[in-house]
Design a protein around this ligand. Structure first.
Ligand code: ADP
Length: 449
């Protein structure tokens, strides 16, 4: 087992990893930027090192500074969290070359799955359904138009190296496709350092269903059921639940088996997520694999009783899984709300500033994963996630009722947050019925205008 781990991240996930390490008896090193000096992860870790300026490129993405911090503090593992360097194959390689375990997948798995086109190609060869579209990066506009004619509009242009809902455009005709091609290529080049884009069929009103994978270094691979992440804004998740209201045991078995097959095809040996879109007629397609722990992992922890961060650390240390697929049972229901420092009444504009009042909900069935507190200054440099509020109950209705009362107990003032929007969604009859599609939130917001 590791004796000391450096957490190459910030915010709630850094706090989450420190908590798991403490319970495992592992010492922790936090890294922080000049803007995060007073952050909670810095206070909770055993040691903390400033790695650079406030911008992510100067600190949380600054590989030489992070590796130096790891060497100075003599850690034997680095946990990358999510975002930042978590899916950077080069960083994983450097860690290994310094004899520090990267607590995540191999550089090869990261590279393969980090390229959505290569991943789709591998999945097709593995017998996993993929969405029809380009087989390689779009060469020019004729190439894109040809693909669109073959698969028919609507289509979606996507960045091969994309993530976080960026670099994607839905198109209903040739004119839109040509302009989307250029904007996506430019956006992809600027955001991901790779301007490759591809075209695929845009599925109308699907649900986003993803499977949690857990694998060890000797090839034992299981899934921990699904999460339904259909409630999104601009292709970014806002509310997630486990299980899904539309996945029955038969579908779970089928999709779960394919998710495990997908993970095995890349020699996967840690936690990860295989994402699918489920269309109205019940057909489903692989969209991508996320080779890291995900923001929404707590809902899976709640229904399986498995601590995913501890499991991730254990398998990275070479321990066997110690459980089989048949050992996994799903109990009850869990829902997660992402509480962001954004103003939902003003186009979700960021709302940085000082939190004067902060009161977290509690009581039975409530979990809050957060790094903020009263007196905390929200830096403008990073993502806007302030807290994840997770509710659990024996049934979906119970979890909804727990969430409703927990939302009412949550005070974060005076900054704007997504709390009022969550309160509204949890009273909406369509949400209660679970009749959701990825357009649900945009429609709800439109109705309000
Ligand atoms: P990212 O890597 O940026 O998160 P994904 O490929 O995982 O992008 O897609 C994010 C979301 O975008 C999906 O959950 C879905 O809502 C939407 N999306 C992506 N591809 C399609 C598609 N072909 N048809 C319909 N919606 C899609």
């Amino acid at each position: 087992m590791f004796s000391k781990i450096l957490i190459a991240n910030r915010g709630e996930i850094a706090v989450r990893v420190i908590r798991a390490c403490k319970e495992l008896g592992i010492r922790t090193v936090a890294i922080y930027s000049e803007a995060d000096r007073n952050s909670l992860h810095v206070r909770l870790a055993d040691e903390a090192i400033c790695v650079g300026g406030p911008k992510a490129e100067q600190s949380y993405l600054n590989i030489p500074a992070i590796v130096s911090a790891a060497e100075i503090t003599d850690v034997d593992g680095i946990h990358p969290g999510y975002g930042f360097l978590s899916q950077n194959a080069h960083f994983a390689e450097i860690c290994e070359s310094c004899n520090i375990t990267f607590i995540g997948p191999s550089p090869q798995s990261i590279r393969l799955m980090g390229d959505k086109l290569a991943a789709k190609d591998l999945m097709r060869k593995t017998g996993i359904p993929i969405i029809p579209g380009s087989m390689s990066a779009v060469k020019n506009k004729e190439d894109a138009l040809k693909t669109a004619r073959r698969i028919q509009y609507p289509v979606i242009v996507k960045a091969a190296a994309g993530g976080g809902g960026r670099g994607m455009r839905v198109c209903h005709n040739d004119v839109r496709l040509i302009s989307a091609l250029m904007t996506c290529q430019a956006e992809a080049g600027a955001s991901f350092g790779n301007s490759d884009v591809f075209v695929e069929k845009y599925l109308e009103e699907p649900r986003h269903i993803e499977f949690q994978i857990l694998a060890d270094r000797s090839g034992h691979t299981i899934h921990l059921g699904e999460r339904d992440c259909t409630i999104q804004r601009r292709h970014q998740k806002l509310i997630e639940e486990a299980p899904s209201p539309v996945v029955d045991p038969k579908l779970r078995r089928k999709m779960g088996e394919l998710a495990v097959r997908a993970a095995k095809a890349v020699g996967y040996a840690t936690v990860g997520t295989v994402e699918f879109l489920l269309s109205k007629d019940g057909t489903f397609y692989f969209i991508e694999m996320n080779t890291r722990i995900q923001v929404e992992h707590p809902v899976t922890e709640a229904v399986t009783g498995i601590d995913l961060i501890k499991a991730q650390i254990r398998v990275a240390a070479g321990e066997p899984l110690g459980m089989k697929q048949d050992d996994i049972t799903l109990n009850g229901w869990a829902i997660e709300c992402r509480v962001n420092a954004e103003d939902p009444t003003n186009g979700f504009s960021p709302s940085p500033g000082r939190i004067e009042v902060y009161h977290e909900p509690g009581g039975p069935g409530v979990r809050v994963d957060s790094h903020v507190f009263a007196g905390y200054d929200i830096p403008p440099y990073y993502d806007s996630l302030l807290a994840k509020l997770i509710s659990t109950g024996p049934t979906r209705q119970d979890a909804i009722r727990v969430m409703q009362r927990a939302l009412d107990e949550f005070f974060i003032e005076p900054i704007r947050t997504t709390l009022p929007l969550h309160r509204q969604i949890f009273t909406d009859p369509t949400f209660w019925r679970g009749q959701l599609t990825t357009d649900y939130l945009e429609q709800l917001l439109e109705e309000q205008e």
